[in-house]
Design a protein around this ligand. Sequence first.
Ligand code: CDP
Length: 211
Amino acid sequence: MIIAIDGPAAAGKGTLARRLASHLGLAYLDTGLLYRAVGLSVLEAGGDPEDAQMALSAAEQLDPARFGDPALRGEAAGAAASKVAAIGAVRAALLAFQRRFAATAAGAVLDGRDIGTVVCPDAEIKIFVTASLEKRAERRLKELQAKGVSAIPERVLADMRERDARDSARDVAPLVPAEDAIVLDTSSLDADAVFNTAVAIISERRLARGT
Ligand code: CDP
């Protein structure tokens, strides 16, 4: 079984996807890490993440051993990720890795922006996790504070608005729910409520399909 979890930044995709994978005994891939790794490599080489040549060569040399690097979680890597992610050749280079991951595991949960629309269009379950911009900025601010990073609330909100706009407006694989995705608005739900709702959605879908 493939479960596709998509949605904007800080909507709660990662938390939900990780919990579902462990609950159902499935493999898990945070596809944002691929784009973050590419973005950060370009920054470290002193380049501009909007430079298609550099970004593509970083994507071709993607090193999964780096996925645990805490620097990938930072805001600089996130902003760079969103820039390299708008380059079609970079997305194409990363597609094979994601499809291979989904195909080799007995079942998998993938989270990202285009899992249900591009990477795994045949996924059995597609959930589009979203929340209001204000709520997502508030969550990101708390995450940063918990990590001991000082951040200005207005700046976090502005950065998130900018990233949403870039992810939604790009020509290749823009952030949109797949036609057959269930939209889950987490604005007024905590992590447990989101998880329980998703488990109920999965059970209903599987029952309806007899799988
Ligand atoms: O955790 P957060 O939602 O902030 O970011 P992420 O999921 O790690 O993704 C970082 C950036 O990578 C996003 O802003 C997207 O531009 C890009 N991305 C993408 O285009 N497609 C994916 N499947 C995953 C991430």
